[in-house]
Design a binder for this molecule. Sequence first.
Ligand code: AP5
Length: 224
Amino acid sequence: MRILMIAPPGGGKGTQGALIAAHFDIPCIVVGEKLRDHVARQTELGQTVQSHLERGELVPDEIVMDLVREGYIAAKSAGGECVVDGVPRTLAQARAMYVIGVDLKMTANIALHLAADDKEVTRRLLARAVVERRADDTEDVIRQRLELYHQVTHPILTWYAERGILVSVDAMRPASRVGREIIVALAAMRPLVDYVPEHLRQPVDLTGLDAAFGLADTDNATQG
Ligand code: AP5
């Protein structure tokens, strides 16, 4: 199972990606973290991308794709499954990932969309800023990251829906509850994903699940 995490900043890619990786004991390729690590160590790459990260802009595709390829190669030698947090963010990156996937026989079979609104993710990122002080967790930069998400990342969901590998989850609920729903869905899909021919794949929309079971109104931030 190879899962691409797609969500707005603060949508929970890191939180849920780590949970999925730990639960299924598969590697997690966290591109933002790799970039921040280069910045912290002031490597040549770190110096190149630092201003992009600080301004909430996308770093050049070739840098991102090199990191993805490197991560995929490591994941392949660890069994071939993985979670990818943070890529793709544009249609060009989605296509480039597909090419790398075909090359390594590791095309993604799930694009996991965590749906959350701007107000909620802004609240989360400003709360994180107090604790972690990430350079890009300021109001202005969060606004810029969200704008980019809506302009260039959100549209790629259509591409994954058309390929039948999109799974959408309501990520407005407490993290533990979102995580449980994801793990249950992935555990059911995992034995099948490699064997369903592309033309038979269907997108899965779980965002209305709570409403269907009359649970939507019972959610609040204090629930586990
Ligand atoms: P990246 O590090 O990927 O940042 P991001 O996309 O802005 O996402 P975040 O890490 O802020 O949020 P998240 O969705 O992972 O949520 P998290 O789980 O952390 O990228 C940083 C930068 O690197 C980019 O701006 C760009 O410059 C560059 N970059 C990266 N990938 C690139 C690419 N493909 N192309 C070009 N450039 C690229 O949660 C956030 C907070 O919310 C946490 O405090 C968490 O505890 C909390 N939280 C999570 N879920 C919940 C919940 N359900 N309820 C309440 N709180 C929650």
